[in-house]
Design a protein around this ligand. Structure first.
Ligand code: HEC
Length: 145
């Protein structure tokens, strides 16, 4: 009988199909966005020399790039509610959204490579690109809320 529970759970998921609960979909992608923001904040503090954690920069850069890679996937399913600041245009102009997501991924990969190479100029340039890619997508696809 103890085996029954997982079976019932799997069956329930199968019935639910791709219609995941909207509030969970929204919370998950907001958590992902906040993770990006957290790593950006840590990276900025280290690069400005406000904290003595230079040895942690590469880990933040890799985590930023790894998390950025999920952006397209976590927004694929259309989900909107009053807690979301996502604009419906994401799903009517998906190509542009996907392009912005790829730009973020490319810029954060370039930043991680520059950190690994300890190339200060490339680090600053790539960080500028990362920041611009966050802003470009937010300007087009996020309400101010
Ligand atoms: C491809 C588009 C896109 C890119 C690139 C992007 N974001 Fe977002 N971001 C969004 C959207 C859309 C929302 C609104 C999500 C929602 O509320 O459903 C959002 C929300 C957020 C939020 C608020 C989360 C919350 O709890 O409501 C933060 C913080 C954030 N983004 C940070 C960043 C940072 C930092 C970057 C760059 C490193 C970035 N974003 C890049 C589209 C993007």
């Amino acid at each position: 009988m103890r085996l029954l529970k997982p079976v019932v759970l799997v069956a329930a998921l199968a019935v639910a199909g791709s219609a995941w609960a909207a509030d969970a979909v929204i919370k998950y992608r907001q958590d992902q966005m906040r993770a990006l923001g957290g790593h950006m904040g840590s990276i900025a503090a280290i690069m400005k020399g406000e904290v003595p954690h230079r040895d942690q920069l590469a880990a933040h850069a890799q985590a930023l790039a790894a998390t950025a890679a999920f952006t397209e996937t976590v927004f694929k399913e259309r989900a909107l509610d009053s807690k979301s600041t996502a604009k419906p245009e994401i799903w009517t102009d998906w190509e542009r959204f996907a392009k912005d997501a790829k730009a973020l991924k490319q810029a954060s990969d370039a930043f991680a490579e520059a950190v690994a190479a300890n190339d200060q100029r490339a680090m600053r340039a790539a960080m500028g690109q990362v920041g611009r890619s966050c802003k470009s997508c937010h300007d087009a696809f996020k309400t101010k809320g």
